[in-house]
Design a protein around this ligand. Structure first.
Ligand code: G6P
Length: 369
């Protein structure tokens, strides 16, 4: 039979549930437990070349851009190499400065997104070195780059990316650890992170097993015309990706904000009609995040809090729907925080009766400018 969604109502659902197995596939053979590092042969970069990298610039569109932001923060945190992500669609039009000691990273599920492909070509035309984080083997971007990491997510059909996005994150984590281990990341930290990565597929499975509870929360969220997704530092790209997914398939207005910036503007919009989905990992910022939740609750704003077990939500607890995800290594928290947001978007769209795999006005890959 042709590739189909099987017993699932949509490819998105099938692809979400494939994530534990596909996550194992992207990690397989690429983790060096003994030396606490990544083993990414396809990069075509030896230790000396990896060490010579002074900056990392990540280019992608849509969800690939948001996961690029997660990747930039992993690289800065683990390797202490300055890194940032930029929409590939903007990059070539601002006459970017291409530096020989910058590593350019193109991120794309399809490998065919024209904006990302043209960004790669612009870098190469100016002599820069580009690697690809690409799912489709032999795609245009995969053929154009100097090396890279195939994502092994298998075919992804739903416009809203799930398993490819997760594997992009895991590829970034391995890259960040490998860049770190030729610098100041210790063998102990390297091993700790490799163990954290190894545990992730099973933990993703645990999050997916909470789908019935997430569906109930999603049904309530689907009633709102407008929502906020908030997070800070590692949690901010998670909020951005969560808002993106939600708006793509539910057609509700979903806006991502840094939790810290709420008081500088958007708090004016908080009301009983405007829910906030808050990313509150048990990290360095947990107390400040909880204080922000209390401000939202005090204005009657409904709350959905994606957090870790044991986090005390204070006065906001009574008004919040709480979603606990398993603890990972702190640096790796974003991916487990992202998974419930996929499930929320999916069930919101389902309850609204939308075409989940083919949302209006959107294409799986945009191959014309
Ligand atoms: C389109 C899709 C998005 C996707 C983006 C990048 O805009 O609607 O869901 O994230 O392209 O696709 P890529 O294949 O390059 O990852």
């Amino acid at each position: 039979a042709a590739y189909d969604a099987g017993e699932h109502d949509s490819f998105m659902h099938k692809e979400m549930l494939e994530q534990p197995a596909r996550a194992e596939a992207v990690l397989r053979g690429r983790l060096d437990e003994r030396f606490g590092t990544g083993h990414l042969g396809g990069l075509n970069l030896d230790a000396r070349e990896l060490r010579a990298i002074r900056r990392v610039k990540i280019l992608g569109c849509g969800s690939a851009y948001y996961v690029g932001e997660m990747g930039a923060s992993l690289i800065e945190e683990l390797a202490r190499v300055p890194a940032d992500a930029e929409p590939a669609s903007e990059f070539r039009y601002r006459n970017p400065i291409i530096e020989p000691d910058t590593l350019y990273v193109a991120v794309s599920q399809s490998g065919e997104t024209i904006d990302t492909l043209l960004a790669v070509q612009e870098v190469r035309r100016k002599g820069g070195r580009v690697i690809g984080l690409v799912n489709v083997v032999g795609s245009a971007i995969a053929r154009e780059v100097d090396g890279g990491i195939y994502l092994h997510a298998g075919p992804e059909v739903a416009v809203a990316s799930t398993k490819a996005l997760t594997n992009m994150y895991l590829a970034f984590a391995m890259l960040a650890i490998q860049l770190g281990r030729v610098r100041d990341l210790s063998i102990a930290d390297g091993r700790r992170l490799i163990a954290g990565l190894t545990a992730l597929p099973g933990q993703i499975e645990q999050v997916l097993a909470t789908e019935p509870q997430l569906a109930l929360v999603a049904h309530r969220l689907a009633e709102a015309e407008s929502l906020f997704f908030v997070g800070r530092v590692r949690g901010f790209p998670v909020a951005r990706e969560g808002a993106q997914k939600f708006k793509e398939i539910s057609y509700r207005h979903a806006e991502a904000y840094q939790t810290s910036e709420l008081k500088h503007g958007p708090l004016a919009l908080i009301s009983p009609q405007v829910p906030t989905v808050a990313i509150v990992p048990d990290d360095e910022l947990v107390e400040r995040n909880v204080a922000a939740l209390e401000q939202i609750a005090a204005r009657g704003g409904p709350l959905v809090v994606v957090t870790h077990e044991g986090v005390d939500l204070g006065d906001a607890a009574a008004k919040a729907d709480r979603i606990d995800v398993p603890r990972s290594e702190r640096e790796l928290d974003p991916i487990l925080l992202t998974i419930p947001l996929q499930v929320l978007a999916y069930h919101a769209a389902l309850s609204l009766g939308h075409d989940i795999d083919k949302p209006r006005n959107l294409a799986k890959s945009v191959t014309v400018e």
